[in-house]
Design a protein around this ligand. Structure first.
Ligand code: B3K
Ligand code: ZN
Length: 880
């Protein structure tokens, strides 16, 4: 916690480390109140650096002893300014011995070494290792680690760290020890230890080269009935990386540990992944389909980091997307391949597009906008963003779109050939892609350096005489903080032409046949592409499969959109046409609500929805996506002045109209998509449940009580959490009289299941019937605590970020609540507080009266003298 003005760190100021570390020997005497850490480093001067001082970072730890080459250093021989310890005039080769103290039980920031439900856990990325010991805590310092753990055997029977267990035994005083050795070089952010009372599900797994690896999933006692899916997902991930990228597990042992107190989803520590319980624990009784999917994706993600992140890591934190964008791309491809079918894959892709639009586009247009490879930051933890992750993944995907799957694989192979064991930059990845394919990707660099969402404007001209189509594409990109002007991007635009009969027209450019979908490369500000042999005026299907993270503008008529919505062979664009039809109406209705006009929804739209809903040739998962309306925040992004209540009412009106006017079809879909028999989280069943529960939601939003009755029945009879939670959500959101009884029953039944209690809070927090006063009441519930990030997110975050009507009440009480919670949370856990702080990012877009309240709340937080850098950066950028 600092009170001075936070320092901005710039990418351009990078300098190589003054000393390199060869080996690290760590000894831990674990005690919640007073842990002693002995750290023995062998270091040598870095020939690539002109600097001659040893620089070590340390934060919130007490220095007890410091020895250099066996000799204790006096106070004059080193300097300790804040978090930086400097030793001038050190010799070429150095053995440093550092002894420090820390208090894990007081560590509420959950960064470094902390206690979670009585267990010791660590989290070191990005800069948590310095909260454990003094160290050149930067990712380009890679070393070999040996770790000795000592702790009371009764309370901490399990002692884990990275790599291989090389020794274990008893100590005289009831304590025991375990010694771990990690054979691979790693940066400090990948260090981990666990000392805990845990049990595990384990299995030997045969790797492609014939070796056997021991796989373990560690959880607290009582949770062994929820580890199967994580274990299965781990095995699938290992196999997939072997097959798709030729990458093997390089350790004999791979462990996953679940903890209930964790700042984010999971962490890829070498050989010892630590997970939020949310992404490990699942069985049909307590987890929804979305939870199961999340587990598969996150287990995959962390496992894939073993190569993209751990074997090849980042030179500095500005390069974060080098590992995150690439690894998200890899986990997305993994999930797609696990579904297998082409529509399944498309639904997966649609989900990605939705996330990008709902979260990344707003970020790219707001005060925290930054390039995929940022140029500066105050607090690196604020840059684990949707831009670095999801837009970063889109950037990686574009390589594959431009180079083809094989070309992309060649690039990956070259990347590992060149950089295995190194800490590198995003540019190195781009160079590997270019060199392996003999392509010039210089202009592509702008995806890394320029922030903002590019806008691609398309115009089509059909030449009846020549039977030719001219498609003109132009691009621009709005200004973002610090970047007033942008240069053109290298944009892959996948295009098809849909004929009047609904079929794709074969594409011919420069007398070359290009199939029915072709990737146009837009590199200039404006370019025209000419297609010949086009027998009749087509409807263009542009940006197929969402081939680039851009906003596409094209003046589609309703008729064009209806045509694409019925026929486009590209499922993503077929869905997109429906979204455009819906968005147009939602925007108009929002204006009507604000103006007090009567609301009306045209038959054309309802008919289009009816057609999709009843089209049996489309899989249920796709139909669900097609019928899902854009979220309130997506609508907000499209309006000039945001009136949250108008948006909510407009969207509710469309929902109830669909519920009323498609009642029969929704009921039929509800019945036809039941999944009797044993629950299974396969794509087909997940799709059916999604469509069925969407139908239930619409029916419950309709004006008669039949939907409510259906929801009540489903709630009482469901044998799995997906259906249970969907029914409860429908009751709560429809403010049904039965909602209270159902909520109480749900709580009583699942009181002991922390992740389900989170759902219980979340459902209420995001319900439009829950106002600020009700949230404050819920905060008094014995199960609520701000100290647990999952719990804080379930109630406080959901209210501030997923309940726009109540959060934005005209009197500003929602914002006052926000300020209060950000400040309270900041004193406990700055990383989590800074996430909540971002709820106010888009404050300038709201109606003036709301803006004034929002500004006041932001100023209140910013006015606090004692504020973390994390929150300070977010609120000061919002106000700037
Ligand atoms: N690499 C971690 C994120 C660490 C966040 C630190 N504030 C999880 C992941 O992306 O796999
Ligand atoms: Zn990651």
């Amino acid at each position: 916690m600092r009170t001075d003005t936070p320092l901005t760190i710039y990418r351009k100021d990078y300098t190589a480390p003054s000393y390199l570390v060869d080996t690290v020997e760590l000894g831990f005497d674990l005690d919640p109140a007073r842990t002693i850490v002995a750290n023995r480093l062998t270091m040598r001067r870095n020939p690539a650096s002109a600097q001659r001082e040893i620089e070590l970072y340390g934060e919130d730890i007490e220095l007890v002893a410091l020895r250099l080459n066996g000799k204790a250093l006096g106070k004059r021989e080193y300097r300790l300014d804040g978090n930086l310890l400097r030793i001038p005039n050190a010799p070429e080769e150095v053995t440093l011995e550092i002894e420090t103290l820390c208090a894990p039980e007081k560590n509420t920031a959950l960064s470094g070494l902390y206690v979670s439900n009585g267990n010791f856990i660590t989290q070191c990325e990005a800069e948590g290792f310095r909260r454990i010991t003094f160290f050149p805590d930067r990712p380009d310092v890679m070393a070999k680690y040996t770790v000795m753990l000592r702790a009371d055997k009764e309370r901490y029977p399990v002692l884990l760290s990275n790599g291989n267990l090389v020794d274990e035994g008893m100590l005289p005083d009831g304590r025991h020890y375990a010694k771990w050795e990690d054979p691979f070089l790693k940066p400090s952010y990948l260090f981990a230890l666990v000392a805990a009372k845990l049990v595990c599900q384990e299995e030997k797994f045969k790797l492609a080269d014939g070796r056997e690896a021991l796989l373990q999933v560690w959880v607290e006692e009582g949770n062994l009935d929820k580890t199967d899916y994580a274990m299965q997902s781990l095995k699938k991930s290992i196999r997939w990386d072997e097959e798709r990228f030729g990458l093997e597990l390089d350790l004999d042992r791979f462990m996953i540990v679940a903890t209930g107190d964790f700042n984010m989803g999971a962490m890829e520590n070498k050989g010892l992944n630590i997970f939020n319980t949310k992404y490990v624990l699942a069985n049909p009784r307590v987890a929804t389909d979305i939870d199961f999917q999340g587990i598969e994706a996150v287990v995959g993600h962390e496992y894939f980091h073993n190569w993209t992140g751990n074997r090849v890591t980042c030179r500095d934190w500005f390069q974060l997307s080098l590992k995150e964008g690439l690894t998200v791309f890899r986990d997305q491809e993994f999930s797609g391949d696990m579904i297998g079918t082409s529509t399944g894959r498309a639904v997966n892709r649609i989900d990605q597009v939705r996330t990008l639009r709902a979260a990344q586009f707003p970020e790219d247009a707001g005060p925290m906008a930054h390039p995929v490879r940022p140029d500066s930051f105050v607090e690196i933890n604020n840059f684990y963003t949707v831009t670095v992750y999801e837009k970063g993944a889109e950037v990686v995907r574009m390589y594959q779109t431009l180079l083809g799957r094989e070309g992309f694989r060649k690039g990956m192979d070259l990347y590992f050939e060149r950089h295995d064991g190194q800490a590198v930059e995003c540019d190195d990845f781009r160079r590997a892609m270019a060199d392996a394919n003999d392509r010039n990707l210089d202009q592509f660099e702008r995806w890394y350096s320029q922030a903002g969402t590019p806008v691609v404007r398309a115009q089509m001209r059909y030449d009846e005489q020549q039977h030719a189509v001219e498609l003109t594409l132009s691009q621009s990109c709005p200004a973002t903080p610090g970047q007033p002007e942008k240069l053109p991007f290298h944009i892959p635009v996948a295009v098809g032409l849909v004929g009047r009969d609904g079929r794709d027209i074969p594409l011919v450019i420069d007398d070359q046949e290009r199939g029915t979908t072709t990737v146009l490369e837009l590199t200039g500000a404006e370019q025209t592409f000419r297609f010949t042999s086009v027998p009749q005026q087509p409807v263009p299907s542009i940006l197929r499969d969402f081939s680039a993270p851009v906003v596409l503008e094209y003046d589609y008529s309703d008729e064009d959109l209806l045509h694409l919505f019925s026929h486009d062979s590209d499922p993503v664009n077929r869905w997109e046409a429906g979204q455009r039809l819906a968005m147009e109406r939602l925007l108009r209705l929002t204006e009507d609500v604000t103006a007090g006009s009567r609301l009306q929804l045209d038959d054309t739209f309802i008919e289009a929805m009816r057609k999709v809903l009843t089209d049996e040739s489309l899989g249920p998962a796709f139909r669900e996506q097609a019928l899902l309306l854009p979220t309130e925040s997506m609508i907000a992004e499209q309006t000039d002045v945001v009136h949250p209540l108008s948006i909510h009412m407009a969207r509710q009106f469309v929902r109830s109209s669909i519920g009323n006017r498609l009642r029969a079809e929704l009921l039929a879909a509800y019945d036809a998509n039941q999944t009797p028999g044993q629950y299974s989280p396969d794509a087909e069943s997940i799709g059916k449940r999604a469509l069925k529960n969407l139908a239930l939601g619409y029916l419950a939003a309709a004006s008669d009580d039949e939907g409510i009755a259906l929801a009540e029945r489903q709630f009482d009879e469901a044998d799995n959490m997906t259906d249970r939670a969907a029914a409860l959500g429908a009751l709560v959101h429809a403010r049904a009289p039965a909602a209270q009884r159902a909520l109480q029953g749900f709580y009583d039944e699942f009181e002991k299941e922390a992740l389900v209690v989170d759902k219980w809070f979340a459902m209420q927090a995001s319900s439009p019937s829950t106002d600020v006063a009700a949230v404050r009441e819920l905060m008094k519930h014995p199960a609520f605590t701000m100290k647990n990030p999952n719990r804080a997110r379930s109630l406080v975050f959901n209210f501030c970020m997923a309940n726009p009507v109540q959060f934005h009440v005209p009197d500003g009480s929602g914002y006052a609540f926000w300020a209060e919670q950000v400040m309270a949370l900041d004193a406990l856990n700055p990383q989590v507080a800074a996430r909540l702080a971002r709820a106010m990012d888009r404050w300038r877009r709201y109606a003036p009266a709301l803006q004034a309240h929002m500004k006041q709340a932001l100023k209140q937080v910013n006015g606090l003298k004692k504020l973390s850098n994390d929150v300070r950066e977010v609120v000061s950028k919002a106000l700037a």
